[in-house]
Design a protein around this ligand. Structure first.
Ligand SMILES: [Zn+2]
Length: 467
């Protein structure tokens, strides 16, 4: 058995996760994410896929974030018709995420056409709702910890990675004619001591390891979240302002609701209305109930109805455009949570357009903002941001809560790798901006004495030959 790997994304960048394996001629892809952020990265989404998509036999998905699944509709459009394998909760989330992303793509193309700010005569969406539906028809989902046969001598197992509901790291076992080998793909590693998700499982052993490095250069303590949030919410209430938080409707939104609920119970903050503004704003309770082994949230049955903290009376879902637009008129303190999480598209753009100019309002970042995104520009302190072809001044307050990130920080990434008693034969540091990934590779050398590779886009490596 021979094995090669090619890095088709998340190599010296954070988005576009795609790792192509060639195992004795068989082609398997791990993750199939969209590039986001810098234009030079986003343009890659329109490039031809390096091999004909129909040659890929299986795609294994670690979790339902768009930078790990958002390229699937393009793959299917390009001819992919193989197996698409993920965990049960990832399937549930993928249904919402892909349809939502497609809807946003279509809306944006229509809007650009109407307003005439696109350079293209007829702006096209990257993919449509129909393309997304074709992806969903291919999904095969499995529980965590079950060995899944991909081919005769290839098996994979999903293990809990924390991060978001259903997120897994992938253990791939290969049986060669003379040797067994194990490859581990970290996916995105979550946090330890998260209030909603269980700790990431430790890695068993690995001949080859790919480890993400989003926050490989810093420490983000979880224990400061309540204090930081209290301060920011009180600040908004004192200045009679609205707090806008970019985040997708499932995932960080529930973590935020959890903290707001705790703070309200402790009387640290007043009882503010919380608006979840997404075209697919759903009662997350159903998804959390179906996937109860993978989180700590209690879902009760009251008169046959499922109820959890996500159903509190102060939480409102804006499914329609009218209810979303009505939020622009609110002039008293409240929390608005809207997607996309990095302000690259979606309804959050309308909130940016209306709120950035208001001195009393607060934009609160609760997740990673990739290079080249509007979110990053605002966070960096840009005075103007381009929205719908117009330069909008940033007069509002901009705040950030680090501990809410769904990503392991440097110490947690090392902890996750802590079970490995010896160096993997090959260790790749991926899914981090260039300087961060290089920095994390240096930390690994310092802490464990292991050499690692920080691959670049389209680099390929021979992993095993004749095993
Ligand atoms: Zn992720």
């Amino acid at each position: 058995m021979d094995l090669k790997i090619r890095f088709l994304g998340a190599a010296r960048s954070v988005t576009g996760s795609k790792y192509l394996l060639e195992i004795s001629g068989k082609k398997i892809l791990v993750d199939c994410g969209l590039f986001q952020g810098l234009k030079e990265l986003r343009l890659r989404n329109w490039d031809q896929f390096p091999i004909p998509p129909e040659e890929v036999e299986a795609i294994i998905i670690t979790h339902a974030h768009i930078d790990h699944i958002g390229y699937l509709p393009r793959m299917v459009k390009g001819g992919f018709h193989g197996r698409l394998i993920c965990t049960r909760a990832t399937e549930d989330l993928m249904q919402i995420m892909l349809k939502d992303a497609a809807k946003l793509q279509e809306e944006e193309a229509r809007f650009a056409l109407k307003r005439g700010y696109s350079k293209h005569l007829k702006p096209e969406p990257l993919f449509t709702i129909e393309d997304a539906a074709r992806v969903l028809a291919l999904v095969e989902s499995y529980p965590m910890e079950e060995r899944i046969e991909i081919a005769n001598s290839i098996q994979v197992t999903f293990h809990n990675a924390g991060h978001i509901l259903g997120a897994a790291f992938v253990e791939m076992d290969l049986q060669g004619t003379s040797q067994k080998k194990k490859i581990v793909f970290s996916g995105d590693v979550g946090r330890y001591d998260d209030p909603i998700l269980y700790d990431p499982k430790l890695i068993p052993q690995a001949d080859v390891l790919l480890v993400e490095s989003t926050y490989g250069d810093r420490l983000n303590p979880v224990n400061k979240v309540s204090d930081d949030l209290t301060k920011i919410i009180r600040e908004a209430v004192d200045q009679n302002g609205v707090i806008v938080i970019p985040a997708f409707a499932v995932g960080r939104t529930q973590t935020l609701i959890y903290y707001l609920h705790q703070l309200k119970q402790a009387k640290a903050i007043p009882d503010l209305p919380v608006y979840i503004d997404s075209p697919m704003a759903i009662r997350a309770t159903d998804i959390y109930e179906r996937n109860s082994p993978y989180h700590k949230i209690e879902v009760k049955r009251t008169n046959g109805d499922r109820v959890s903290i996500f159903d509190s009376s102060n939480i409102h879902f804006c499914n329609t455009q009218e209810s979303s637009k009505a939020l622009n008129d609110i002039k008293s303190p409240c929390v608005i949570i809207s997607a996309s999480g990095m302000c690259t598209g979606g309804r959050i753009l309308h909130h940016l357009y209306h709120r950035l100019r208001n001195e009393q309002d607060i934009f609160l970042f609760a997740g990673f903002q990739a290079e080249g995104t509007r979110g990053r520009a605002i966070l960096k302190g840009e005075k103007f941001v381009k929205l719908f072809g117009e330069q909008v001044p940033v007069n509002c307050h901009v705040r950030e809560v680090h501990g809410l990130s769904a990503h392991a920080d440097q110490s947690e990434l090392l902890r996750w790798m802590g079970n490995l008693t010896e160096a993997p034969k090959k260790l790749f540091v991926t899914h981090g901006e260039e300087s961060v990934a290089l920095n994390f590779a240096r930390i690994i050398r310092q802490e464990r004495g292991w050499e690692s590779i920080v691959p670049s886009y389209l680099d390929s490596f021979e992993l095993f030959k004749g095993i």
